[in-house]
Design a protein around this ligand. Structure first.
Ligand code: 5GP
Ligand code: ZN
Length: 111
């Protein structure tokens, strides 16, 4: 298994997991870009958020509910959810993940 986030999902590579259920896992980013920087991933391998939404719309909807659950657990009222989709958009790990960023003012537009 070569996909980094599949290896985290299987437990082969350790991560600071903050929330999980049978389909999704949230863990802290190894290089946080804000005081709170959590990655939410599917346990199953999907490449991008668009591919996930096409292949498994029910899981994509569940993913959004999980974002809300993680934000509530972390006590976040203000946060940014980012999906980098494709290399030009900044995606470096090709297993779908939402970045949950919070804890400092976030500028717009992003770089
Ligand atoms: P992307 O650039 O694909 O949108 O985001 C990938 C994210 O994964 C980056 O923010 C990066 O810091 C994070 N990351 C890369 N390798 C690891 C790892 O081994 N563990 C954790 N927790 N995060 C990682
Ligand atoms: Zn994967």
């Amino acid at each position: 298994m070569s996909c980094l986030f599949c290896r985290i999902a299987s437990g082969e590579i350790p991560a600071d997991i903050v929330w999980q259920d049978d389909a999704l896992i949230a863990f802290r980013d190894i290089a946080p870009q804000a005081p709170t920087h959590i990655l939410l991933i599917t346990r199953d391998h999907h490449v991008t958020v668009g591919e996930l939404a096409t292949a498994d719309p029910a899981l994509a909807a569940t993913f959004m509910s999980a974002v809300a659950a993680v934000a509530a657990q972390e006590g976040l009222s203000d946060y940014r959810l980012v999906f980098n989709s494709g290399a030009e958009a900044g995606q470096s790990v090709f297993h779908v993940h939402g970045h949950l960023l919070a804890g400092r003012p976030l500028s717009w537009p992003p770089g």
